[in-house]
Design a protein around this ligand. Structure first.
Ligand code: COA
Ligand code: AMP
Length: 631
């Protein structure tokens, strides 16, 4: 048995001993009583009875243990021409003072706080300050529009919102504050306070009595210490797209999260304390939560917070510049970012300009890694390119290549093997286990390892229904795929209406809900189609109400605008067309999967329950006119 395989076996056979060993890396105020409480499945609880604080583990303990002057965060912002280094000591001061500011505004343990910020150090400071107090943060990605922010405000019911005046996205200056104001107007929950960080690039108006200036609050604040929390107390809520317009509020606890993330830094990513790590994502996504903020800081390494893009800020050499300038050992990003670099600089001319000898490994996740991008990146940079598969729900990788334990050979199309703690199986629709090589639903036998979602915020019922009901005793990942003879897992894509656009998870159901509000639209379907750069893009088909005679192009433009205004520009909803009717089953269910197959040029079986097979010919002809399948 290989070294990795034996570690894996011990993690599933002696689950509690395995994670108890990992938990030694965390500083506990009080040792836990029980590693795993399985008394109320599927609500498993890790490190029950343990007392700790995530912010203490990510910041204060490093100041106390000799890392005070080590750089904790490198803020690299080509869009504002700024590079700033923040030591652990400085980070402690900033977080403790901002926690004091939050406390002065009445924030206390168990309160929720929404954070809507661009990629600036204050975003990380705000998250850590909440963790310090035991307040539950919910960071909302800045690319979401006011309507999406309002949905999250109504569900999370925050005591206050922390935001910034704006961001620079590529070359555009975007105002954030008007979006926050509009979201507050749209939400039913009354937001009584907003803390605003005014940036030099753009200033916002303040609403008297409701809005407070970040700097003024901090100037008047006194530093506060870390609150002793239960390991099982919630750390954050992160909303992620489900199949409807109502996102799922993934809830993460403190203890299990800290233990699992710390374990991954060395074992999965082969990063040691003091080394420079870069996750080029955004704090609004799970990758940003786990690998820009919490994991590298809990470990005592140096994390890069990059406010820029892979291309255009200023060019396709941006990633190589950052790696070379800051001595980055490993980078984690989405395949889309590399496809963008490849498109702009196919021969790697920019790469040649920089000394990247410090660079050891590239990690990719968030969407399927296509073989072209894998091989292009391998050839160009000459270091391992490691795919790994995970979800917002899991908080860290389910399948990957644990280079800190043993680097396994890379097989094209596979993110390698199930990670320790994850007992991954493939089952058919009836829940029967499938043989090696057979494609089906990817499921994980319960309990999930620490760091995974503990429930959905204020919705235990949806948690059980979405993940734990279809295959009793297992977590349903909603991804399909297979496992080969060697135990390599292949992830083929979502089995539901969730799509991945440029590594951003979006719900086609949410887009349909918006489109169907158009006064001329009778019904519609949105599904994902292949895109060479962004992996997937949404495509909409709509049927107009009887008697509507307006031009379909005009209606399409209005639908595109509606989705952009409601969900945000990141939805990238640009393609839609009118059709006479949509294919349905006899019971009225729209056959989105079949249309997806037609648009993707894939074979499909004629659904036995189809109402009128001739509609598929009409759809095929319409899609062909639009240029589908694209390849
Ligand atoms: N705030 C506001 N708007 C944002 C935003 C943010 N944080 N992020 C993206 N947007 C906007 C963009 O400006 C763009 O708007 P536009 O339609 O007005 O041009 C739109 O959302 C789409 O953005 P994006 O999908 O990022 O496309 P792009 O063409 O600007 O950039 C890439 C393409 C490939 C460079 C970019 O998608 C990228 O860097 N992808 C990597 C993604 C990633 O790291 N994901 C993390 C998961 S691991
Ligand atoms: P998110 O919750 O935003 O991280 O998106 C999770 C989804 O992205 C998964 O359910 C997969 O469909 C997809 N995904 C993430 N990583 C990979 C990967 N390495 N390979 C294939 N799909 C991936």
């Amino acid at each position: 048995m290989s070294n990795f395989d034996s570690v894996f076996q011990s993690s599933v056979q002696n689950r509690e001993a395995f994670w108890a060993e990992a938990a030694k890396g965390i500083t506990w105020y009080k040792q836990y009583d029980k590693v795993l409480d399985s008394s109320n499945p599927p609500f498993y609880r890790w490190f029950v009875g343990g007392k700790m604080n995530t912010c203490y583990n990510a910041v204060d303990r490093h100041v106390e243990n000799g890392r005070a002057d080590q750089t904790a965060i490198i803020y690299d912002s080509p869009v504002t021409n700024t590079i700033a280094k923040i030591t652990y000591k400085e980070l402690q001061e900033r977080v403790a003072l901002f926690a004091g500011a939050l406390q002065s505004q009445g924030v206390t343990k168990g309160d929720t706080v929404v954070i809507y910020m661009p990629m600036i150090p204050e975003a990380a400071v705000a998250m850590l300050a909440c963790a310090r107090l035991g307040a539950i943060h919910s960071v909302v990605f800045g690319g979401f529009a006011a309507h999406e922010l309002a949905i999250r405000i109504d569900h999370a019911q925050p005591k206050l919102i922390i935001t910034a005046s704006g961001a620079i996205e590529g070359k555009k200056v975007l105002a954030y504050k008007p979006l926050v104001d509009s979201a507050i107007d749209q939400s039913v929950h009354e937001v009584k306070k907003v803390i605003l960080f005014q940036r030099d690039i753009i200033k916002s108006e303040m609403k008297e009595g409701r809005d407070f200036d970040w700097n003024e609050l901090v100037a008047a604040s006194k530093p506060v210490g870390c609150v002793e929390l239960d390991a099982t107390d919630p750390l954050y809520i992160l909303y992620t797209s489900g199949t409807t317009g109502m996102p799922k509020g993934v809830l993460r606890d403190n203890g299990g999260h800290a233990v699992a993330l710390l374990w991954t830094m060395k074992n999965l990513y082969n990063i040691n304390p003091g080394e420079v790590w870069w996750s080029a994502s955004d704090v609004g996504w799970v990758v940003g939560h786990s690998y820009i903020v919490y994991a590298p800081l809990i470990q005592g390494s140096t994390t890069i917070l990059y406010e820029g893009k892979p291309i255009g800020t200023p060019d396709a050499g941006a990633f190589w510049r950052v790696i070379s300038q800051h001595g980055v050992k490993s980078l984690f990003t989405a395949p889309t970012a590399f496809r963008a670099i490849k498109k702009e600089d196919p021969n790697g001319e920019y790469f040649k300009k920089y000394d990247t000898s410090c660079f050891e490994c590239l990690y990719l996740a968030g969407e399927r890694l296509d073989p072209d991008t894998l091989h292009w990146a391998e050839k160009l940079i000459g270091v391992p390119v490691i795919d790994h598969w995970w979800q917002t729900e899991t908080g860290w990788a389910i399948v990957g290549n644990c280079r800190g334990i043993e680097e396994l050979p890379v097989k094209e199309g596979s993110p390698t093997k199930a990670l320790p703690g994850y007992d991954v199986h493939i089952v058919n629709e009836e829940g029967t286990e499938l043989a090696a090589g057979q494609e089906g639903n990817i499921v994980i036998r319960l309990p999930l390892p620490p760091g995974n979602l503990v429930t959905l915020w204020r919705n235990d019922e949806r948690f059980v229904k979405s993940y734990m009901t279809k295959f009793p005793g297992y977590y349903d990942t909603s991804d399909g795929g297979y496992i080969d003879q060697d135990g390599y897992v292949y992830v083929m894509g979502r089995m539901d209406d969730v799509i991945n656009v440029a590594g951003h998870r979006l719900s086609t159901g949410a887009m349909e809900e918006i489109i169907s509000n158009h006064p001329d639209v009778a019904e519609c379907a949105v599904f994902g189609t292949h895109d060479d750069l962004k992996g997937q893009l949404p495509l909409g088909l709509f049927v107009v109400k009887a008697g509507v005679t307006r031009s379909s192009d005009e209606i399409k433009e209005e639908l595109v605008r509606m989705v952009r205004d409601a969900i945000g520009p990141i939805a990238c909803f640009r393609d839609a067309t009118q059709v006479a009717r949509l294919p349905k089953t006899r019971s009225g269910k729209i056959l989105r999967g079949t249309m997806r197959a037609i648009a993707g040029g894939k074979d499909y079986n004629m659904p036995s329950t189809i109402d009128d097979p001739a509609i598929l010919d009409e759809i095929t002809a319409t899609l062909a006119k639009m240029g589908y399948p694209k390849r």
